[in-house]
Design a protein around this ligand. Sequence first.
Ligand code: GUN
Length: 287
Amino acid sequence: MQLLDGKLLSKKIELEVTADVKKLKETCGCTPGLAVVLVGQDPASAAYVNMKKKACDRVGFYSITHDMPAHISQEAIERTIISMNKNDSIDGILIQLPLPEQIDTTKLLELVDPAKDVDGFHPFNVGRLLTNLDGFVPCTPLGVMELLREYNIDVKGKNCVVIGASNIVGKPMASLLLNADATVEICHIFTDDLKRHTLNADVVLVGVGVINLITEDMVKDDVIIVDIGVSRTAEGKLVGDVDFANVSKKSSYITPSPGGVGPMTIAMLLSNTLKAAKINAQKAKDQ
Ligand code: GUN
């Protein structure tokens, strides 16, 4: 069994991004900028945003967080997004999800300029991913693909079972795998007999937030496991969706959780923001 070490790879990517930021500053005097919208007091969201901000600082990005109260109006967030769309020092815009109930999330995501959509949640970028065109790809599934690539795992022709069908993880994950010529199944909360599907999988990619959803009897020998789930146990320990202790014995490759996909998500946010900044720098040069 080999660990897919996202912590290690994310550090390597951070160093590459840092070097590119330095070059960009020298050649065009531009600093990549990321604006984050955080609404409400959800501790998990606040912790994620804090990690993203620290990562931006480490690689030399400019970053700003719009910290908004939970009772904020739709219009106030819309005004903030419109002003960030117009602001040339902002290359990437990230709206931390989930948002409070009174907020129309879809409308906000559609308001973000697709060229600054570093989360890849705008329908324009969703469509480009589905049709295998270049665009912005959601950070978590993009991070999974990078991790597989680092360990020379080619999914072409492999049976990949994605568990979870969210717009943030499951659906873009399935699209990326399909674009890489995998055979893809998407399982979700209404899937009957999950084990029937996972037993047939060469690669299981799971991100639903259910502790020990995947147990050793559900996978075949030498399976590749990508655990995208993160939950906190009653004792306060962070764990994934896979019974790591037992499933790891049967697998050829497995991500730890934490320390697997999580750090890759942040690394891909940096990489997407750098990509946006480079495109903007080129546009400014061409004008
Ligand atoms: N909430 C959970 N995951 C994500 C993510 O990748 N991006 C944003 N914006 N919100 C999230």
